[in-house]
Design a protein around this ligand. Sequence first.
Ligand code: NAP
Length: 295
Amino acid sequence: MTQAMSAAPVRRLGLIGQGIGYSRSPAMQQAALDALGIPARYELWETPAEGLAARVAALREAGMLGANVTIPHKAAVVPLLDAVAPEARRMAGVVNTIVHEETPEGGVRLIGHNTDVTALARILGERVAWTPGTRRVVVLGAGGAARAALGAARELGAEVALAARRREKAEAALAELGEPMGAGWHAQAFALGDEVALAGALAQADALIQATPVGTGDVDASPISLESLAQLPPHAFVLDVIYAPPETALVRAARARGLRAMGGLAMLLYQGAAAFTLWTRREAPLDTMRAALEL
Ligand code: NAP
């Protein structure tokens, strides 16, 4: 019996990125695999840019299920894949999950997905008390997480206002997503330091998504002044994508003002759950994964 069990091939999965030793994905995904009795191992694949092509090519080998992709490779992996799913295509080709798919002809295709979009759309759908008629979301940042936030907001039919360190960056992010720039609220871009534009946007927002790295490992840092949260309507929901610390200065200040606010652990959980289902075609054991993240 032991012999038969040990003969079961152990499939492999991993996280591709740089400086990823801090990641909680291995603990979360391994707990889920173990809970469902799936013989697979989730590994950390520290990968410099010059090793990316070989790392992705290795995903074609028998026994591989796929991978997660993080900073700085989310865009660079795309040309190494066979196709990207529609939600990742809409994100101007930013991918955080790769699935090893076997074709009926016995070949292998690597398909890119963006489960950050799936996760954020799920959270916004569950948490935001939308204004009837016009849904509005303010996003801070212009990188991968901000683009995922834009994608999720657009998927839910919301208008977006995007604030980045430089207005040109915000405009470029909207343009890459094919967002028409125009007058009024729809797809507006401004600089984080433009307090007038920020106050105007916040005053009409149903949700604010903080998607810069500011606040990582610093409980007092925020990309906007905490006083500016006073502009938000009382029904507004605040989401900070930062999960370490679990409560950033922005989340703390929003809660102190009586607003509903959440850190990035739920996003981490939901993006991981969506990736798990893509790799295994099984429903993700959310409670097990949440416990592994110590939510
Ligand atoms: P990224 O692609 O490198 O983009 C970072 C963005 O933040 C850029 O637009 C950058 O602006 C801006 N930025 C950096 N430092 C800033 C500062 N001091 N003030 C204002 N803006 C600043 O990174 P990303 O993939 O979007 O990730 C952003 C954060 O989200 C990371 O901390 C990541 O860990 C987190 N994240 C969390 C989850 C989750 O599941 N909770 C998922 C994905 C990402 P410039 O363009 O001007 O440099």
